[in-house]
Design a protein. Sequence first.
Length: 361
Amino acid sequence: MTADREVARPTLHDVSRRTGLSVYSVSRALKGEKGVSEETRARVQAVAREVGYVANGLARSLKGNSSRTIGILAGGTANQYYATLIGAFDQALRDANYHSILADTMAGGSYGPERESRLVSALLEQRVAAIVVTYALAPDNLRLITEWNIPLIFVDCIPPKRYARYPAVACDNEQASRQVADHFAAHGYRRWAFVGYPKRWSSRLPRERGFVEAAARHGAAVDVIEAGNDPVTPYQAVSRYLAGHPAGTVDAIYCANTPLLQGTLCAIREDGRGVGTDLGVIAFDEFDWATLLQPSITVVDQHIEDIGRDAAARLLAELADGPEAAAGTGARLISPTLIVRQSCGCDITLAGGSGAAPAGT
């Protein structure tokens, strides 16, 4: 992956030849200058994207060499997960005299393919030294990055098969969900619900798959509740679900991340059921205020800081072409830990923050 990075990259002349327009006209169209028809501008932009041309904004603005800059493509920085992950990742970069810039494709609360394309182009235009991908990018954008031969690492997601040669660091999501299922089963719960974010985030499917497969092993049934990646949509979806499932017909809910937990807890409270009594609840990701809630929340700790530091170390080795770089390909899965508190009905001591067996077992 490190060899032959200086590839022949598409130029304005390539776009000019494909469109039949002069280099001057192509340049004006791509810069958004006046005097270019919308039809011509759209055609030039389409051809530029097709051939993989990206303007060198760094040269235009005379900002200098960008070789110490790492671009991070994130999907929803409102989730505390990203703050913790990027904090650990960025600290490791600063220690090596690199810095990062963050591009959030979920600004405004919803994913937009056009926004993602603009952000990818902006990172390429700035000639970043490497790019970190934290969710499943649109195939065209992923192809564009790799065609530019820019070092790439997948964090919190596993790359598509054709990109399996690139390094990746993520939680072992299936193992985590099996731990959740085993804990629900130890309580004697048999009717469970899984609250999931959209499948665009590649961590969704292994979290659901591990949970559903373990449920079958325990003789439990699982209802899947679809939501967005925010607190509002799970609140609405879980409220509808509980309205159709009276007390006693569902006994445990597994939330695939913290925003989903927030919406779910609001729905449960409005429905009048008790967490840890009427319903066992477990969420993915440890968070600072988990022990402050009543009852305290049992969580899967995926060791986010470890993921960030490990990803930074692998990427820095790749950039330095160090001895570890040759072993830097492939996925590395971090083993999660189930932190048991009170939200499933466990009898624990709050001072310890965890402890562990279900009451009565």
